[in-house]
Ligand binder design. Sequence first.
Ligand SMILES: NC(=O)c1ccc[n+]([C@@H]2O[C@H](COP(=O)([O-])OP(=O)(O)OC[C@H]3O[C@@H](n4cnc5c(N)ncnc54)[C@H](OP(=O)(O)O)[C@@H]3O)[C@@H](O)[C@H]2O)c1
Length: 244
Amino acid sequence: MEGVVVVTGGTGGVGRTVVRELARAGRTVLYTHRDGRPPLDLSAEPAAVRARVSGAPVDLTDPEGVQRLFDEAAARFGAVAGLVHLAGAFLAGRAVETGAGHWRHLWQANVDSAFLAARAALPHMLRLGRGRIVLVAARAALQPRAGLAAYGVAKGAVARLAAELAEETRGTGVTVNCLAPGAIDTEANRAARPGADRRLWVSPLAVARVILWLLSEEAAVVNGALLPLEGPEGALGPQREGEG
Ligand SMILES: NC(=O)c1ccc[n+]([C@@H]2O[C@H](COP(=O)([O-])OP(=O)(O)OC[C@H]3O[C@@H](n4cnc5c(N)ncnc54)[C@H](OP(=O)(O)O)[C@@H]3O)[C@@H](O)[C@H]2O)c1
């Protein structure tokens, strides 16, 4: 499939695996990282895989910077075939404990970034009559839970944004879908929750495989879906995560 897949949050716990799996599957990937942060280390990958991956610095809450990223990606790669929006932020807290800064941070990192990235990607996709957008919300978007007020509201808005965009793109060749994972088996979660029962956690590899499928031709008929993801994973499970 021609064109580039832009992966935001490509340096995150899930993003690293998603970028690698997309490139292994033959996709051309442009991942975003923040200025000053180290880029992805793909030195263990074959040269052909590494050659399909490049990075670009951007603050996803900066409207002009995000617009420039997608305009330059379209010019450089010929088309923006996909947007996988993994960038986001998490902070726990009940509403009464949530300061204005905490609220704003989660809203900007999760909702503003998704809106700005999708808004910048869509015109390039609509012009070509094809494209795939995958936003990432969370289980908290579907299910209120005391202690996740700002996060749950922000992820609920991300899911709603995907639904609105799916209506706007219906019949255009562009699809917009949204993932709602429960806990993901990342290094950060393992460190933060050492005693947790990980059987229901979903591996980054499983998330990557669902994303690959949503980006594929086979998923052209899937638009406006909100997909909960959770373990256990059976044969595709975390035991395969060590492969790379
Ligand atoms: N991990 C889980 O258990 C879980 C569960 C459900 C849903 N999710 C969602 O899945 C997605 C990926 O999760 P994760 O665990 O990989 O998260 P993560 O490790 O915290 O990574 C988040 C990524 O977003 C980037 N980012 C945040 N704000 C940004 C901004 N303003 N501009 C540019 N980049 C920005 C971060 O860049 P920096 O490295 O520069 O900060 C990082 O690459 C997130 O949307 C998360 O909310 C995660």
